[in-house]
Structures are given as structure tokens and as C-alpha cells.
Write a protein that binds this ligand. Structure first.
Ligand code: IMP
Ligand code: MG
Length: 172
């Protein structure tokens, strides 16, 4: 399979610092980050260090959600594979995910966290595919808006492959 580069390592690195600046200007320094696994793990690791450089002091937790299985089309229902460790009661939560497509995953996660009493929930995504939303949910912070193509790398997978690529590319 051929993977055509769409966003380079350099472009990602530059955007990360700007994104961290946007987030620290908008949210309290003591935010609780909830990174959605597995797709966001590399984005989250880079963004969290950029947030530190921008002056924030976040706490970090993870939740593993899935809706895709082995297919490249969203199946429509979201499953919790691994729960949060922290209590979110009263916290300013920043949800981090790899990509906003149908919106099902992030809508599900946001509802879960609000149900548990978070003060507020903001959303940061590495990528957004416009015009694909099945559910109304918007990201507060977006790394890159991309065309409606299936992408891999920098944490994003095709059947759990290509997550290790340091750039984002289109599977051809
Ligand atoms: P949504 O729930 O439809 O918004 O989809 C979000 C999830 O689908 C993401 O967290 C990804 O795991 C997966 N996904 C959507 N588009 C892509 C893609 O182009 N490449 C890899 N994974 C994707
Ligand atoms: Mg995912």
C-alpha cells in the first residue's frame, strides 16, 4: 500500500505550538486533559508538552473508545474499552481526539464527562473532516482541516497499522 504525505512532520510541529497557545489563552491552567485512545496518543503526547511550554499545568487521563472495528466506515455505536481513572467532578476538561468525522465519538465522550459532573468540556482535535458530521458537535481547537480522504500516521491507523508514521498521509 502506498501512503502519500498530506501533512509533514515540520508542519505538525509548528502547528502544535500555535494550538497550545490558543488553548492556554482560552482555558484555565489547571485543566484536566482526557485523551481518547488509541488514535490520539501521539498528538496528545506532543500537545501536552507544547502546553507546558505555553505555561499550562494540565493533569492527564485517558479513555479508550471505539466505533470503527476493522472497517474504515464508522459503525455508529461507541464502545468504552477502558474507563477514566480520575474523577471529573467540577473539573475543566479538555478532550483530545485524533479526528472529528461523524462526531459520534466526541459527542459520546463529552456527554459521559458532563454526566459525571465536569464543570465544562472543551474539545481539541488534530484533524477535522468538514461536511461529514452525523451529530452536531464542534471542536473548540482544530489542528488541521483536511479533505474527505482516509488518513493514517501520527497515531491514526488503518486496521491498527501505520500509527508509527511521524507524518500524516493518505492511503492510496
Ligand atoms: P467519528 O466518531 O465518526 O467522528 O470518528 C472518529 C474516529 O474515527 C476517530 O477517532 C478515528 O479513530 C476514526 N477515523 C475517522 N476518520 C479516520 C481516518 O481518516 N483515518 C483513521 N481513522 C479515522
Ligand atoms: Mg480513534
Amino acid at each position: 500500500m502506498n501512503i502519500a504525505p498530506l501533512i509533514t512532520e515540520d508542519e505538525i510541529r509548528t502547528r502544535m505550538e500555535a494550538l497550545a497557545g490558543e488553548i492556554t489563552r482560552a482555558l484555565p491552567s489547571e485543566m484536566l486533559i482526557v485523551a481518547l485512545l488509541r488514535g490520539s496518543f501521539i498528538f496528545a503526547a506532543d500537545l501536552i508538552r507544547a502546553l507546558h511550554r505555553a505555561g499550562a499545568s494540565p493533569q492527564v487521563d485517558f479513555m479508550t473508545l471505539g466505533s470503527y472495528g476493522l472497517r474504515t466506515e464508522s459503525s455508529g455505536s461507541v464502545t468504552v474499552y477502558r474507563e477514566l481513572t480520575e474523577a471529573v467532578q467540577g473539573r475543566h476538561v479538555l478532550l483530545i481526539d485524533d479526528i472529528l468525522e461523524s462526531g459520534r465519538t466526541l459527542d459520546f465522550a463529552r456527554r459521559e464527562i458532563l454526566t459525571r459532573g465536569a464543570a465544562d468540556v472543551s474539545i481539541a482535535v488534530l484533524l477535522e473532516k468538514p461536511g461529514k458530521r452525523a451529530i452536531e458537535v464542534e471542536a473548540d481547537f482544530v489542528g488541521f482541516v483536511i479533505p474527505d480522504k482516509f488518513v493514517v500516521g501520527y497515531g491514526l491507523d488503518d486496521a491498527n497499522r501505520y500509527r508509527e508514521l511521524p507524518f500524516i498521509g493518505v492511503v492510496e
